[in-house]
Write a protein that binds this ligand. Structure first.
Ligand code: FES
Ligand code: FES
Length: 154
């Protein structure tokens, strides 16, 4: 077992993990942050997307020990301290950008990085950015609308 320490959603987090433990397992099982989902475990679906040091990462592709000392943000860290939804989360709600909701945490985390880097993306840029996120309910149209709404383009 190996000791790891990182910052998750602005708070210190630590644990004893096996070197083979994935970051998504540490977040879900070690820290109880089950908003980060596992849809495939083979780095295809994007349901496990989180931010590590500001970069979008599929947390099933990274070992927990690789996040030693990192700043990690999960979907639980998106809402305000008072529980209010982030502008992007609110746009998902307003535009009905989800059906079953399984893909939604990953979609939100992915689109958040797009909007940070490109505050007014085109529809084509949004669709291109979501290449690594699969929605099994095929609700892409309203997800794209949510990103357009959050960037003030609807
Ligand atoms: S669970 Fe990580 S990409 Fe699907
Ligand atoms: S809303 Fe069901 S998988 Fe996307």
């Amino acid at each position: 077992m190996t000791s790891i320490t990182m910052t998750v959603n602005g708070k210190p987090a630590s644990g004893e993990v096996e070197p083979r433990m994935l970051l998504v397992e540490f977040l879900r099982e070690g820290l109880g942050l089950t908003g980060t989902h596992v849809g495939c475990d083979t780095s295809q679906c994007g349901a496990c997307t989180v931010h590590v040091d500001g970069q979008q990462v599929k947390s099933c592709t990274m070992f927990a020990v690789e996040a030693e000392g990192a700043e990690v943000r999960t979907i639980e860290g998106m809402a305000g301290a008072d529980g209010s939804l982030s502008p992007l989360q609110q746009a998902f709600q307003d535009e009905h950008g989800l059906q079953c909701g399984f893909c939604t945490p990953g979609m939100v985390m992915s689109l958040e990085t797009l909007l940070q880097d490109n505050p007014k993306p085109t529809e084509a840029e949004i669709r291109d950015h979501l290449e690594g996120n699969i929605c099994r309910c095929t609700g892409y149209h309203n997800i794209v609308r949510a990103a357009l709404a959050a960037s003030g383009q609807l």
